[in-house]
Design a protein around this ligand. Structure first.
Ligand code: ZN
Length: 262
């Protein structure tokens, strides 16, 4: 993936230098607008990435938005806000592990809130599931949805309870599906130009996985989630079993909430 790309008129993408098994090529930072800039997800706190955001913004940054407060998406906010004086927007970080506790919003967003300039209209869409405070942003002119970690390119995301919730995740996917957007701009990977096909695939894939979880639980009563992982995730690298166990637990909790499983 290129480190910098012009994706559409007034939409630019910078790739943060944090590639890993969990982040793929790295975290995408999006710059919207030309006269007044909105930055979506400044990424991790890496000085050379923050410098690049300022350099590529050309004009002044008015807003800094986050999709959620995981460590690969929001810690870069602090230095960028300090350097630019831009207003920071998002939902507060929940308590618990794997949260960026440095995140402080100047203005809290809720579902349906709109930011508008002469160039673009951006609407916050609350999409809990991967994280309880996850927001997607709908760009009205392009009809693109900036999806953070709700939908990423080429991979599935971890649903890590208790902040991650599989029932919410699938409900949020269905909601995004109903928006009938033209493209998804994910937090990791390339633009997705066939959103409905990809969202349908993710929902189907999750429900198939859930059916495997239920079948494995019924065939092997009393097994722990740790013991169930190799039975349910035969198709993945054992190095990922730790994360798979979190998603498996999310499926078990969903089944329990729905009165299935035990
Ligand atoms: Zn995340």
């Amino acid at each position: 993936m290129p480190a910098f790309a012009e994706l559409a008129d007034g939409v630019r993408r910078l790739l943060a230098p944090n590639p890993s098994m969990m982040t793929g090529p790295g975290t995408n930072t999006y710059l919207l607008g030309k006269d007044a800039i909105a930055v979506i997800d400044p990424g991790p706190a890496i000085a050379r990435h923050t410098d690049k955001i300022i350099e590529k913004s050309i004009t002044s940054i008015r807003w800094i938005l986050v999709t959620h407060t995981h460590p690969d998406h929001s810690p870069g906010v602090r230095a960028l806000a300090a350097a630019t004086g831009a207003e920071v927007l998002g939902m507060p970080a929940p308590t618990g592990q794997h949260q960026d506790r440095t995140f402080k919003a100047d203005r809290l967003l809720t579902d349906g809130d709109v930011l508008e300039t002469d160039e673009f209209r951006l609407q916050a869409v609350h999409t809990p599931g991967h994280a309880s405070n996850h927001l997607c942003y709908l760009h009205g002119q392009l009809n693109w949805l900036f999806t953070g970690d709700h939908v990423i390119d080429g991979s599935t995301v971890v649903i890590d309870p208790p902040d991650g919730n599989m029932r919410d995740y699938i409900a949020s996917l269905r909601r995004c599906r109903s928006l009938e957007v033209a493209a998804l701009a994910p937090g990791h990977g390339e633009i997705i130009h066939d959103p409905e096909r990809v969202i349908d695939w993710i929902i189907e894939h999750r429900l198939q996985r859930e059916a495997k979880v239920l079948a494995a639980m019924q065939a092997n009563p009393g097994l722990t989630t740790h013991e169930l992982v190799p039975l349910v995730y035969k198709d993945i690298d054992p190095k990922l079993y730790g994360w798979a166990e979190r998603s498996l637990l999310a499926h078990v909790l969903k089944l329990q909430e729905e009165g299935q499983g035990s």
